[in-house]
Design a protein around this ligand. Structure first.
Ligand code: NAD
Ligand code: MN
Length: 355
């Protein structure tokens, strides 16, 4: 029987608080099911580490992580260090070097969760965000700094291969799930070079999937449609920046960031994939046991599915759904007064009842 080796990176702020609950859930599963072998190794690579060592992770950090089956990540961000440091020195190197080019973000309204919108049906769709290139590039520069003529140039990198592999993953998902329409988030009418190639690359892949229609939607209009008819979407493909924004908006439609998980997938499996909540380190509520751990626990469910344990993933999802629907131990973001660990404990209790 193979052991699942998980690298655990709790991070900053509420990261360690919600991670403790994610780890608790994974341990509960391993205790209840002897066929699920688990070996978790924690790495304190966060802003404290940066303040001590001048870097976000050791020089051989990526080499260390490379050998794990998956990475379970909390959140980073700390007011004491510049905002771009954790992103560019830890999160981006992992996503880019490990070819985690699919950022899968389910936008799913759980039974009992009220959307701030008055929608017809349940909201349930996937944003497939390109995760390795695009607008989040460090190419470009600043000229004439501090002068009235100062200019900044930021390059977007779109590659045909990069878009096609993301699109192929999304269309494969659509085909497996009998989805007949994929919405392509674009802005090729204004951003002609990069988004032009984006659209062409998505269409080239769409041509390989006869029964599936691709609908181009300009990002600005699409944002409006998210609010007007979110229940009409099933699969969306989006660039790095557009996907980032759409998935936070989507999260707000289905109960907020406390209920929004994500998977950074390396579909080829040559490097580990990474699982993390969509939210950040939430310094405004950190250290108070006020954060909702469900996004982190749901991310664990995505990780279990990736590790080939769909059965355990379903157990976790059912436990989350029961706890949310019963509304007894929810955190303040969901109008409850439970603390982070209480929500985690209740989910673990539900898991034990199922196993
Ligand atoms: P954020 O997601 O941390 O917080 C946004 C709002 O949502 C806050 O009001 C926060 O209290 C609330 N919130 C977030 N998660 C919650 C949870 N689990 N339960 C209850 N409420 C929750 O975004 P921000 O405020 O824009 O950024 C804070 C820091 O996080 C910044 O340093 C930013 O760079 C970083 N960040 C990191 C990641 C990441 O690690 N992948 C992602 C986004 C932001
Ligand atoms: Mn984001």
């Amino acid at each position: 029987m193979n052991t699942n080796r998980i690298a655990v990176l709790p991070g900053d702020g509420i990261g360690p608080e919600v991670m403790a609950e994610g780890v608790k859930v994974l341990k509960a599963l391993a205790e209840a099911d002897s066929s699920f072998q688990l070996e978790m190794t924690s790495f304190e690579w966060n802003s404290d580490y940066y303040l001590k060592h001048g870097r976000m992770m050791p020089e051989d950090g990526l080499t260390t992580l490379k050998n794990f089956d998956a990475i379970f990540f909390g959140a980073l961000g700390d007011r004491r260090i510049p905002e771009h440091i954790p992103i560019w020195e830890l999160i981006m190197p992992i996503r880019k070097n490990f070819n985690q080019y699919v950022n899968l973000r389910p936008i799913k309204q759980l039974p009992g969760v009220k959307s701030p919108l008055h929608t017809e049906g349940p909201i349930d769709f996937y944003v497939f965000r390109e995760n390795a290139e695009g607008e989040y590039s460090n190419m470009g520069g600043r000229l004439y700094q501090q002068m009235p003529e100062e200019i900044a140039i930021q390059n977007t990198v779109i590659t045909k291969k990069g878009v096609q592999r993301l699109a192929r993953y999304a269309f494969d998902y659509a085909r497996r799930n009998d989805v007949t329409k994929v919405v392509n988030a674009t802005k090729s009418n204004a951003i002609i070079h990069s988004m032009g190639l984006w659209d062409e690359s998505v269409k080239a892949i769409a041509a390989e999937y006869p029964g599936i229609e691709v609908e181009d939607a300009y990002i600005d209009a699409l944002a409006a449609h998210f609010v007007q008819r979110p229940e009409s979407f099933e699969v969306i493909v989006a660039s790095n920046l557009f996907g980032d924004i759409l998935s936070d908006l989507g999260a707000a439609l289905v109960g907020g960031l406390g209920l929004s998980p994500s998977a950074n997938l390396n579909p080829e499996g040559d490097f580990p994939s990474m699982f993390e909540p969509v939210h950040g380190s939430a310094p405004d509520i950190a250290g108070k046991q006020a954060a909702n751990p469900i996004a982190q626990i749901w991310s664990a469910a995505l990780m279990l599915e990736h590790l080939g344990r769909k059965d355990l993933s379903a157990v976790v999802m059912k436990a989350i759904e029961q706890v949310v629907a019963s509304a007894t131990t929810l955190t303040p973001d969901l109008k409850g007064n439970a603390r982070t660990f209480e929500t985690g404990d209740t989910i673990v209790k539900q898991i034990h009842q199922q196993m």
